[in-house]
Design a protein around this ligand. Structure first.
Ligand code: DI6
Ligand code: FE
Length: 404
């Protein structure tokens, strides 16, 4: 097979074992064969055999190349928006007032249920395109605003349709245990039983890659979460968890017992929880957009996560209630300013560690044999990606070896 060469670039490989910060290679070349990287390194070291097979050469004009960005935690498919509630709150209404008037998650569930599959696709596409415009090549999208079989199915079918419309890899997660739908008010155990019926049906339709739950006082208990995890395990599906966002429920320890891919949010994570995550190899997914938008004050225990060697990912949490955000670059900045991650940790959080959070070993790093998913940037140094607020220096994306 012929080779396409990308030259005239500096490459931040993000390889874990690299000596240089960011795995940075100056005056680099990337050799792409089909959908994979055949070779990456200093241009001067390019093996002659690969140079001989080159059918096309792309001069990058000095651009920085990073792995394609990975947004590993989104709720991007939903109906309507909550801008009006934002306005009400800033005019003095309390969250409870709004909830009593049918607002909050319930209003998004109502709007999502009322929307057709086509409507939902049309509403979700601009959000997806905003992420793609910043070099995203893989993202996860959760269900969880349908909360009934037909509506969860509709949302997951929209997730699949999004992946067919755009050159991006989309991983669907079933989040049936996100909130209690109105028809189950006061009967959360009965709703969990319904979730346990939805899961195998949706899985049989090939709509589910992983299973998530919202374990919180205002959502589901650890016992209820465990019922969902046991059902996922029985189907061979990996789990992840919205854990310790608003309180310490011990969700991280529970998730670790099920070898969770990730625990997400984690503002209230305990030392015991961090140790359990480290032992299980679960990734900590940090969501600075939700922390910012909810004006939280308690920081996730970053020093503890570092000390325990827990890999940290960074994601948008794109959703209408707590993080109406479609910029992963902004999350890089917020991970640094709000959570004090270094720019290198933040970039690893949207590449290598985000891939790990999705259980994907074939991307997130630029190395021979891995997918040729990468982004070109008009910046001098990788730190500039995290430094600028509201800039988009993205020049081009290559997805599975092809310019997008
Ligand atoms: N945690 C959150 O912050 C969001 N979901 C979740 O599990 C809130 C979702 C919403 O308000 O619509
Ligand atoms: Fe979330």
């Amino acid at each position: 097979m012929s080779i396409e060469l990308w030259t005239g670039c500096r490459v931040a490989t993000m390889a874990a074992e690299a000596v240089q910060p960011y795995g940075l290679v100056e005056d680099a070349a990337i050799a792409v064969e089909g959908e994979r990287i055949a070779w990456v390194g200093p241009h001067a070291d390019l093996p002659q055999e690969l140079a001989d097979r080159c059918s096309q050469r792309h001069d990058c004009g000095g651009a920085l190349i990073t792995p394609g960005l990975i947004d590993c935690h989104t709720h991007l498919v939903y109906g309507g928006d909550r801008a009006h509630e934002f306005e009400l709150r800033l005019n003095g209404a309390s969250y409870e007032d709004i909830a009593r008037a049918g607002g909050g998650i319930a209003s998004t569930v109502a709007a999502t249920r009322a929307a057709s599959e086509q409507d939902l696709l049309a509403q979700s596409l601009p959000r997806l395109r905003a992420l793609l415009a910043e070099g995203v090549t893989t993202l996860e999208i959760k269900s969880g605003y349908g909360l009934a079989l037909e509506h969860e199915r509709k949302c997951l079918r929209v997730v699949r349709a999004l992946a067919q419309q755009e050159a991006v890899d989309v991983r669907p997660t079933f989040l049936g245990a996100h909130a209690l739908p109105p028809e189950f008010a006061g009967q959360s155990d009965a709703y969990i039983a319904a979730v346990l019926e939805m899961l195998p049906a949706l899985h049989a339709e090939g709509l589910v890659d992983a299973v998530d739950a919202f374990c919180e006082r205002i959502a589901f208990s650890t016992a209820q979460t465990e019922r969902v995890f046991a059902a996922a395990q029985a189907l061979g599906l990996p789990v992840k968890l919205h854990a310790e966002q608003l309180s310490d429920m011990g969700g991280a320890q529970l998730a670790a017992r099920y070898a969770a891919l990730s625990c997400d949010h984690l503002e209230w994570l305990s030392e015991e929880g961090a140790r359990a995550m480290a032992a299980a190899g679960s990734v900590a997914v940090l969501l600075p957009g939700a922390f910012y938008f909810l004006r939280e004050t308690r920081l996730p225990p970053i020093a503890l996560l570092r000390e325990q060697g827990v890999a940290m990912a960074v994601s948008t949490d794109c959703n209408p209630g707590s993080s109406p955000c479609t910029s992963l670059l902004l999350m890089l900045n917020m991970a640094c300013t709000l959570f004090r991650l270094t720019p290198q940790e933040a970039l690893a959080g949207v590449t290598r560690h985000a891939a790990k959070a999705l259980g994907l070993a074939d991307r997130g790093v630029l190395a021979a044999g891995l997918r040729a998913d990468f982004a070109l940037w008009g910046v001098d140094s990788p730190a500039q990606l995290a430094y600028a607020i509201g800039a988009n220096p993205h020049l081009q994306t290559v997805f599975k070896g092809q310019p997008r």
